[in-house]
Design a binder for this molecule. Structure first.
Ligand code: HEC
Length: 132
């Protein structure tokens, strides 16, 4: 059995190969981008899906093209919740309040799709966590 110190040394010695391990083929990149775009498309569809809520209201009514969602400012303090939160928690705030629906688990594929769509609409915008 390795002790803690020896494990650290083994880890440190193996780090360079871990860093170099990330070499992707063009086919990998094309496949992953296509999977990402599929999920973004699901998120775009969810933005106009009244089934997410209970009152017929949809995300796109207040956030057309994901406007005013500011994913680049998360995590940040949100006064509705009273603490620093991640983007998915704000999505749940809107699901519960304007849509009068049920919140989604952070790892629900629908949450991933909503976050993928919101974030992809802001591609290239500088990250500014905490900004208001
Ligand atoms: C009736 C209007 C309305 C609807 C519908 C609505 N929202 Fe919001 N949304 C708001 C308001 C108001 C805020 C709070 C703005 C603030 O405090 O920054 C907000 C904030 C947000 C934020 C954070 C924005 C920021 O600047 O920090 C996200 C992300 C968001 N909504 C996503 C969604 C999603 C996803 C849906 C659909 C599930 C949705 N919203 C539906 C009104 C709405």
């Amino acid at each position: 059995m390795l002790n803690y110190k020896k494990m650290l040394i083994v880890l440190a010695l193996s780090l360079p190969s871990v860093v170099n391990a990330d070499e992707f083929t063009k086919a990998d990149l094309a496949q992953w981008d296509s999977e990402f775009q599929t999920v973004v498309k699901q998120g775009r569809a969810a933005f106009t899906d009244p089934a997410l809520g209970s009152n017929g209201v949809v995300c796109a009514q207040c956030h057309p093209n994901a406007a005013n969602t500011h994913p680049e400012t998360y995590p940040k303090f949100q006064k509705q919740i009273g603490k620093v939160i991640s983007l998915w928690e704000m999505v749940n705030w809107c699901l519960r309040n304007p849509l009068e629906g049920q919140p989604l688990a952070a790892d629900d594929p629908k949450m991933t799709a909503l976050v993928a769509y919101i974030t992809s609409e802001r591609k290239g915008v500088k990250l500014e966590a905490g900004k208001h």
